[in-house]
Ligand binder design. Structure first.
Ligand code: GLA
Length: 742
């Protein structure tokens, strides 16, 4: 990896074995973008990539000169209103009412490694040889606003991490109204746009469309990254699929309001912008103050979507997630939510945990309902003290009983919320976000605490830390069950109200950071009514997240398949729940429910006592299987093979690092009669190794499995009357392949 600056041509070339990123200082001092893609030879002069021609109806920068219009030039951090008419990367409202800026290159610095972003989650290095960071400094001479554009190139992988720091070095107050993390001008628009969108219980469904002139965007203005959209988009060249072709993935390491958009202009260039949503954003910068944007990560791959995803998985698994649990296989858990909802006693919980222990479960999680006056979703949020009527010796007593069974104990919190029927709200009614004089909307009967205020975060931390210090709690499920409305903080002056959304999320990160630091062995799982805040920002603090409140195995195929485009299997919270399922009332076979949940953190969302003895035996086998293979399932190289968004069959697989073990999951939604023969071509195996498939005990070379394919129609009847009962709707199989090594 190298970052080279050519003084004569004012050109920067950042490269490693896979990618090149090239920029130059334009004649007016702005930064121009020249190339991002597959690695090319280094040369001192790439100025041939700087293209500009006089065109009708265009404005030009220099008087009497028609050579430079920013309208035609690809830039690093575009500004509106100085001949560039595209949406800007930065906008600053000045004291005289103007929003025009003119950022000129002033200097640069190359640093080994990667600097931390204060208060924000970001990728990191473990030693300084892993990456280099270029800091470009630009200045707007009139206002004294200074931009530092940060670019980190890692030694390995087609990854470029970017963020921006804006400092007011002038004498007047400035208002930052747009500050994107990334601006990427691409030379053409021959791309398809992929987004991962949906709704509650239908998160991260893949949607594809061709880029067209105009703006295409996904965003959130809900205060969380949302169920509706994810801060992740992909541009791929037409003809690209999972296995080959060029793609660029764009991911924002942030959990609040975001915007990700591509603007195709009249000349077919594409500007990608990604960052905090500018709508309502207004950050006051007093002289001397700075603002740091969240980090955005771009991944380039010429090995199709799987190639891109695998790069994101490695990066987010090893250099975004942190701490004790980062590299550790995750405990098999049993959560009581769908087993009891609010209706439980201590003895009932211990009964559920007892059976779970007998089946091999390692962690019992007590969900909502254990605190304050919480017996429904109308009361109690904010009072993080155990309800003595339910838990006579508090969390300490229950945790002891669970530990006494030989299991770990985990607990649910929803730290950011409050019910009006709570001691916390009665004591501090001004602690919720609400706009003076306006009615306050609720969501699930609850209100949002003003996490932009340190005293609020301190108070919640105090309650949580007390429980974690007193009781043996090994895991926390951190929930967030509503979006923000009437966003306004009682503690901030009028000209800082545009900061509240961002300050709120900084408060969330602060609380996470304090808990991570002081309770380093606690495993955190994030949740927001399922997958409403499943984003890289949270992965920095919680290495796994409950992917969706929809626990039906068939529904989960799309949710989990869509999630893997950016996020590693080790981050995907997935559990076996009862049949009929509580969300869609579908009956799926127990083996299919497990076969889907194995490709995630794995656990049970039910009372195992209620299963038949035969089913309990099956559960024991499932848990034993998960324990044997979770290292490869959660940390192996993951490939999507057949998409649930395209048909009746879904298939995906993982391969261990040494390529000696591979597991393919094959799922068929509806059963049909008299079907064609089918095969799936596997990926990532060693072509020369011979693998034994554990069900059939038949063996094949890796090259056979990858080129000819694994036969998936074996044993399938052509006729209904021959059905053994094994092949109905919602069937699935796992193919475990082990290399035969002498
Ligand atoms: C949310 C979560 C669920 C459960 C409930 C408890 O909906 O997504 O898993 O924890 O809250 O109220």
């Amino acid at each position: 990896m190298s970052i080279i600056f050519n003084e004569g041509t004012k050109t920067f070339h950042l490269f490693n074995d896979e990618i090149s990123y090239i920029m130059m200082v334009l004649p007016n001092g702005h930064m121009g973008q020249l190339y991002f893609g597959k690695r090319v030879h280094h040369r001192g002069d790439y100025s041939y990539l700087y293209e500009t021609v006089p065109r009708p109806m265009t404005s030009y920068v220099f008087e009497g000169d028609r050579s430079l219009s920013l309208e035609h030039v690809k830039q690093e951090y575009g500004v509106y209103g100085t001949t560039d008419y595209r949406r800007p990367a930065v906008e600053i409202l000045q004291q005289n009412g103007s929003r025009i800026c003119d950022f000129r290159y002033r200097g640069h610095e190359v640093r080994r490694g990667k600097p931390k972003l204060p208060g924000l989650p970001a990728t990191y290095t473990e030693n300084e040889d892993e990456a280099e960071t270029l800091v470009l400094t630009l200045e707007d001479p009139l206002t004294g606003a200074v931009l530092e554009l940060l670019y980190t190139i890692f030694a390995k992988g087609g990854i470029l991490a970017r963020s921006v720091r804006i400092t007011n070095k002038g004498a007047e107050v400035l208002h930052l109204t747009t500050a994107m993390s990334l601006c990427m001008d691409l030379p053409d628009c021959d791309y398809e746009w992929l987004q991962f969108s949906g709704a509650w219980a239908r998160e991260r469904h893949l949607k594809v469309r061709k880029l067209e002139q105009g703006i295409q965007a996904v965003d959130s203005r809900r205060g969380n990254s949302s169920h509706e959209h994810n801060p992740f988009i992909v541009l791929r060249r037409p003809g690209t699929n999972e296995f080959q072709g060029e793609v660029i993935g764009f991911s924002l390491i942030y959990s609040g309001n975001f915007l990700a958009q591509a603007e195709v202009d009249t000349h077919d260039t594409t500007r990608v912008l990604m960052g905090i949503h500018p709508m309502g954003f207004d950050w006051k910068l007093e002289p001397g103050e700075s603002f740091q944007t969240p980090e955005a990560v771009m991944v380039y791959s010429e090995e199709g979507l799987n190639g891109m995803s695998q790069t994101f998985h490695r990066l987010y698994q090893r250099r975004l997630a942190r701490g004790y649990w980062r590299d550790r296989p995750r405990p098999v858990l049993n959560n009581n939510w769908e087993a009891t909802y609010f209706d439980f006693t201590e003895d009932r919980l211990v009964e559920i945990a007892g059976k779970a222990k007998e089946c091999g479960v390692e962690l019992f999680v007590l969900d909502d309902g254990w605190f304050g006056a919480r017996s429904s979703d109308h009361a109690g949020l904010g009072d993080w003290v155990a309800n003595p009527e339910r838990l006579s010796r508090g969390i300490t007593g229950l945790a002891e009983r669970i530990e006494g069974l030989g299991m770990k104990f985990g607990l649910w919190f929803e730290p950011e919320m409050v019910n009006k029927d709570s001691d916390l709200y009665r004591a501090h009614p001004d602690w919720i976000l609400s706009t003076p004089g306006r009615s306050i909307s609720h969501g699930r009967n609850q209100y949002v605490l003003d996490f932009s205020r340190k005293e609020v975060v301190d108070c919640i931390y105090g309650m949580m830390a007390k429980i974690l210090s007193e009781a043996k709690v090994s895991y926390i499920k951190w929930d967030m069950n509503r979006s923000i409305t009437e966003c306004y903080s009682q503690a901030l002056p009028p000209d800082r109200q545009g900061e509240v959304f961002h300050r709120y999320i900084l408060g969330v990160y602060d609380l996470y950071e304090r808990l991570n630091t002081n309770f380093p062995h606690v495993l955190f799982e994030s949740c927001a009514s399922g997958g409403g805040r499943f984003d890289p920002g949270i992965l920095y603090y919680a290495p796994q997240g409950w992917a969706s409140d929809d626990s039906d195995a068939v529904e989960r195929l799309k949710i989990q398949y869509g999630t893997t485009f950016c996020y590693p299997v080790s981050s995907i919270g997935s559990h076996v729940s009862v049949a009929p399922n509580h969300q869609v009332f579908r009956n799926t076979p127990l083996h299919t429910r497990a076969n889907v949940a194995y490709f995630g953190t794995f656990g049970y969302e039910l009372d195992l006592n209620k299963l038949t003895e035969e089913e309990q035996e099956e559960v024991k086998e499932q848990i034993a299987f998960m324990k044997e293979y979770r290292e490869v399932l959660q940390f192996g190289t993951f490939f999507r093979l057949v998409s649930p968004f395209e048909g009746n069959i879904t298939c995906w697989m993982v391969v261990s690092e040494d390529k000696k073990t591979a597991i393919a999951g094959w799922y068929r939604t509806l059963s049909h009669v008299n079907m064609p023969f089918t095969r799936v071509r596997l990926q990532g195996l060693d072509p020369d190794l011979c693998y034994e498939e554990q069900r059939s005990k038949k063996s094949y070379f890796g090259d056979e499995l990858m080129n000819i394919g694994l036969i998936t129609s074996d044993g399938m009847s052509g006729q209904v009357e021959e059905n053994t009962g094994e092949y109905g709707d919602f069937d699935s199989r796992l193919y475990v392949l082990k290399a035969l090594v002498s």
